[in-house]
Design a protein around this ligand. Structure first.
Ligand code: HEC
Length: 130
């Protein structure tokens, strides 16, 4: 009986985990709600890099990107970076876009704007883009 209850609980949890995965529309809604949209778009360069360029960079990291990550997983690193914002000489990573545009700086993004769970879902989605 105990085993059956445990299995039922586990399957509910895994269903919820799957249900949280974002798609283009739900990611856009979350970006709008959390203020990311001011500087980012999924497909085009704005003040910050297009999310699909971010996904592509971490899917196939070059030597500079690997040095920047210092052995951390992209998801862990980016959770901290998006919270803290970018600081020149410390963690500014994106310099110029493919179109030759110089990127600005990312302001900090506090929990009052996006919860840890939502931020994790959004970065997981960004890292799935190529
Ligand atoms: C004020 C503008 C601004 C806002 C608001 C903003 N960003 Fe950014 N973001 C940037 C800029 C500019 C960069 C690239 C500069 C750099 O390397 O730090 C960047 C970089 C990033 C990166 C790549 C970081 C890296 O080091 O590879 C991610 C991921 C990201 N932003 C996610 C988010 C999310 C999620 C939000 C909303 C919660 C958000 N940003 C809000 C401007 C912004």
């Amino acid at each position: 009986m105990r085993t059956i209850c445990l299995l039922a609980t586990l399957s509910i949890f895994s269903f919820q985990a799957n249900a949280a995965a974002l798609n283009h529309d739900s990611a856009n809604k979350l970006m709008m709600k959390s203020g990311c949209m001011t500087c980012h778009s999924i497909d085009t360069t704005k003040i910050g890099p297009a999310y699909k360029d971010v996904g592509a960079r971490y899917a196939a990291p070059d030597a500079a990107t690997l040095a920047y990550l210092k052995g951390e997983k992209p998801l862990d690193y980016l959770m901290k970076k998006v919270r803290a914002g970018s600081k020149p000489g410390v963690n500014k990573n994106w310099i110029k876009s493919k179109e030759g545009k110089t990127y600005g700086l990312m302001t900090p993004n506090p929990v009052s704007r996006i919860s840890d769970a939502d931020l994790k879902d959004l970065i997981t989605y960004i890292l799935s883009l190529k």
